[in-house]
Design a protein around this ligand. Sequence first.
Ligand code: G3H
Ligand code: 13P
Ligand code: ZN
Length: 326
Amino acid sequence: MALVNSKKMFEQAYKNGYAIGAFNVNNMEIVQGITEACKEEKAPVILQVSKGARAYANHTYLVKLVEAAVLECPDIPVVLHLDHGPDFETCKSCIDGGFTSVMIDGSHLPFEENIALTKKVVDYAHERGVTVEGELGTLAGIEDDVKVEHGAESYTKPEEVIEFVTRTGVDSLAIAIGTSHGAYKFKPEQCTRNEQGILVPPALRFDILEEVSKKLPGFPIVLHGSSSVPQDYVKMVNENGGKMPDAIGVPEEQLRKAAALSVCKINIDSDLRLAMTGTIRKFYNEHPDKFDPREYLKPARANIKEIVRHKLINVLGCAGKAEECK
Ligand code: G3H
Ligand code: 13P
Ligand code: ZN
């Protein structure tokens, strides 16, 4: 089937207590790893492209890679989404250039400016059948040029969400409840140790999520910064020449809980980066004589596929849901 917008996916996800995985794509191997897993698990999927991805790989290459995946996976619905659209022009360029969904990220702006910018994008997008994600509240971490220090992030204020959604007309809303971008989401001193000696991060602010959901019944919520930073891959990186001390992510049980509530889209990028980097580092270490990129990209792609499969089945709950999302 052709690329779709996110409307039907979110309706089904909300109604049936699961979330759609939104995975960032930057090259062919990442597109293939993600979509091969979704095809085999019959899962709907959102492939998302950041401003940085467009600068790295070029808009046309990314659109064509995603279109190739759609041809290879004709039985699953696929959304092509702009992640963290920084301004109206970037959103317009993506809408005009084949994307079926965009995020306008005005979360760093004062409330009224965020509303005005988001509404401008919504008006342009909706006339063209494209869905729009807005954001209220800021996450810590780095995305493209914007770096928000830990401690400077701000949770979404539930009292603002009705006005924001009503005045902008957005189709989904990203909120800040304690997740953050990148592989260092929590400091070890914020965590406690369980019986096995594993660091357990503080819980997400489910009270905020629940308040938001009460104010916006039936409305799809988005969680950014939702990588879990698998410790096996952190270890693989560190044992093979990398240096990622104290990389900690969001526990998967908490994401599963969010997916069963009103969270309909969960953004995962860092986990795929870790899988790719760990696998390639290990390959280099074990095969110092090899120099054919296909030889190290192949296992990297295979591990991206397996981590996505795991997320679809055990975290998002969207495996087997492709048909109902069409
Ligand atoms: O939230 C940001 C995503 O992880 C994309 O990262 O801006 O480095 O492409 P990027
Ligand atoms: P992670 O860094 O946790 O993977 O978050 C990705 C994200 O939110 C993309 O928008
Ligand atoms: Zn994000």
